[in-house]
Design a protein around this ligand. Structure first.
Ligand code: ATP
Ligand code: MG
Ligand code: ZN
Ligand code: ZN
Length: 643
């Protein structure tokens, strides 16, 4: 044994061997029947298998909250992989649930339709990889007739006349008949004795062409239907004498290979009609028409994908009516939630070679903001800007709108999420920004610049769209300016929380005295004072409380406070959104001059330098900046304020 090989590696290889051994099972059909008796689920059909696979990873059912809020069902199988696609994934789940119960829908082809780079291929790939893993587990075990080119269900051996009885005894549904090869071998090799026919456990593997098939239409003329349904093996026809001999046929088309599992049809609607009809026969009748043989039974989930333009063109053609009728359409629009979009980028960055590059705070958020703005339909509500709509969709509070309004807005939208820029576009822009500038730190401004440059190379944008997108970059930039100012301001306010709290408590004391018409006692001198109107107003004015409404505002706050107190809860400066905003703004405005003079000084003096260094330090320690981007944001805010 090699000494250079680490023991961990040996351990790993040993476990791998054990795993492979565990998965290797071979027995007779008689033994298989015992397995089915114990665990009828091994004989389930493809839709049920896929559905059980999804369920095996866990599902949290949907929840209705108050005020029209609704959390959709979470299908944990997709956790960490797909973000903001709850709706299409739930439709897929519902479909599989019905199909698993062998309802009529299982005879349809699933068609995912959505914009480029919206995750269609990823959904199908996850299902494929999932099935491969699932069939390696005990709950997901699959058995097949040994040597069958379509690894068919062993129960096909049972003659029709015996099926009702066997079916009842084993508690399983039996469907389908032997393939020509197995039928031939049953007679030739086992003399018709089904109990002797060997059965083996199989695991799905796209690479080994078991249980998973993929078909991509290519150049029209050159593509042969054999790629789907197999073909005559001319080299063996001589040996077997006739083309209709089962051993002279290669059952190796993608539809054959995918039997019992999943068949992906890439760009489905680009395929020739002949191919589509082959698919239709498969899903409608569970059979493949192959060469000179009668229909051959096959059981598989068929999922195709397409883009919207292709779909619309296809639907317009009357000749396709029958086909459309037999498809189930699932729209896969782009994600529309800011925080989910950021997660997509994190995932894509982790998979890329951009590790080692520091991504400054707010960079992904800003890029995501732009991307989502390009996808949103203009708000119909007069008081709603596109940016506010983005916040609402993200679940952030926007004054005057409830979750119910958001739900209605989403339902009223027509094609929202079907256009705009894709996550792939954004990530490509970010990558080229990093590579071009040899930046070791990627910030929001680099990102926006890269996105703007990227628009020049974005094919398929009309002039109007480009104009619109440039404007949205502008709008995002303005939003970022506010974020940056806020962040630097906060860093300036030493122990921000404590200062805010003091100001808040002070304010409360004063409005309490005001509302109760009492006086405040100075803790040092014990002198009695009237409540300080100037102090109270300086806070209220920050959020535009007019003089005429100040009394109502103050009373409302005290009411809230006592309501919370009754429930034994503490009233804190963060308990009241508007008051919190007012307090923060007041603090910032007190500090504005300090921040402005310090950050925009062309030649900072010693005192100013010290302050800047403290701020940079604080940004690094608490907000996730590195020295490079911290200095940059401080300089940038200086520019903004110095204007
Ligand atoms: N909602 C999402 N959640 C997670 N990742 C996503 C999402 N949308 C897109 N992606 C990522 O973006 C990339 C492109 O997605 P994918 O290739 O699946 O899109 P597609 O719809 O098949 O596009 P096309 O029409 O170009 O074939 C993938 O890496 C995918 O993981
Ligand atoms: Mg794709
Ligand atoms: Zn067979
Ligand atoms: Zn940095």
């Amino acid at each position: 044994m090699s000494v250079t090989m680490g023991t961990n590696l040996h351990e790993l290889l040993r476990r791998h061997r054990e795993e492979e051994a565990r998965l290797r099972w071979e027995g007779t059909f008689a033994e298989y029947l015992d397995i089915v008796r114990r665990r009828p689920e091994v004989a389930r059909l493809s839709h049920a298998r896929l559905f059980d696979m999804l369920r095996a990873a866990g599902v949290t059912e949907a929840e209705e909250g108050g005020d029209g809020e609704r959390r959709p069902r979470q299908i944990h199988f997709f956790d960490g992989q797909l973000f903001g696609l709850e709706e299409p994934l739930n439709q897929l789940y519902d479909y599989l649930e019905s199909a698993a119960r062998r309802l009529e829908v299982r005879k349809r082809i699933l068609l995912l339709m959505g914009p480029v780079g919206g995750g269609k291929s990823t959904i199908v790939t996850l299902l494929k990889r999932g099935l491969e893993r699932y069939t390696r587990t005990e709950e997901g075990a699959v058995y097949a007739l040994k040597g069958c080119p379509m690894h068919e269900e062993p129960l096909h051996l049972i003659p029709d006349s015996l099926r009702p009885q066997v079916s009842e005894e084993l508690g399983v549904h039996i469907e389908g008949s032997l393939c020509p090869v197995c039928r031939y071998r049953l007679e030739e090799e086992y003399g018709g004795d089904i109990e002797r026919f060997p059965v083996q456990r199989i695991v799905f593997s796209e690479a080994e062409r078991v249980g998973i098939g993929t078909f991509t239409p290519s150049d029209e003329k050159s593509q042969d239907i054999a790629e789907l349904v197999g073909s005559i093996d001319l080299s063996t026809v001589g040996e077997y004498g006739t083309e209709s001999h089962p051993l002279a046929y290669r059952f190796d088309g993608e539809l054959n290979v995918a039997n019992r599992g999943l068949m992906e049809f890439v760009e489905l609607l680009k395929a020739q009609t002949e191919f589509l009809y082959a698919l239709l026969t498969l899903s409608q009748e569970q059979s493949i028409k192959t060469g000179r043989f009668a229909m051959i039974y096959a059981d598989e989930v068929v999922i195709g994908h397409t883009n919207e333009a292709e779909y619309q063109a296809f639907v317009k053609n009357e000749r396709n009516e029958a086909l459309i009728d037999r498809m189930i359409l699932i729209k896969v629009p782009y994600n529309l939630r800011l925080s989910e979009e950021v997660k997509i980028y994190r995932k894509l960055l982790a998979e890329s070679d951009l590790q080692g590059v520091h991504v400054a705070p707010h960079t992904l958020e800003v890029a995501a903001m732009f991307a989502i703005l390009t996808r949103l339909e203009p708000p119909r509500h007069p008081n709603l800007t596109l940016m506010k709509k983005l916040r609402l969709y993200d679940g952030q509070p926007v004054e005057g709108f409830s979750p119910r309004d958001v739900r209605e807005m989403r339902e009223a939208a027509e094609r929202e999420g079907m256009t705009g820029v894709s996550p792939r576009f954004v990530i490509n822009c970010l990558s080229s920004a990093v590579i071009r500038a040899e930046n070791r730190c990627l910030g929001p401004l680099n990102a926006l610049r890269a996105l703007r440059d990227g628009l020049d190379h974005h094919t398929g944008l009309t002039r109007e769209q480009r104009e619109r997108y440039l404007n949205l970059i502008h709008e995002t930039r303005r939003e970022y300016d506010e974020i940056a100012k806020n962040e630097v301001n906060r860093a300036f306010v030493y122990s921000f929380e404590e200062t805010a709290r003091n100001l808040f408590n002070n304010y409360l004391d004063h409005i309490e005295a005001f509302c109760n018409k009492t006086k405040l006692r100075d803790p040092l001198t014990e002198e009695e004072r009237d409540p300080d109107e100037k102090l109270m107003r300086s806070i209220e004015e920050q959020i535009g409380v007019p003089e005429s409404a100040k009394k109502a505002f103050r009373e409302e706050i005290l009411l809230r406070l006592s309501a919370l107190a009754r429930r034994g809860q503490k009233f804190d400066y963060t308990s009241h959104d508007r008051l919190r905003e007012a307090i923060e703004k007041k603090l910032f405005s007190d500090l504005r001059n300090v921040v402005k003079i310090t950050t925009s000084a062309a030649h900072p003096d010693e005192e100013q330098l010290k302050r800047i260094n403290q701020v940079v330090q604080r940004l690094c320690d608490r907000q996730g900046y590195c020295p490079a981007c911290a200095n940059e944001v401080v300089r940038y805010v200086g520019q903004l304020l110095g204007r």
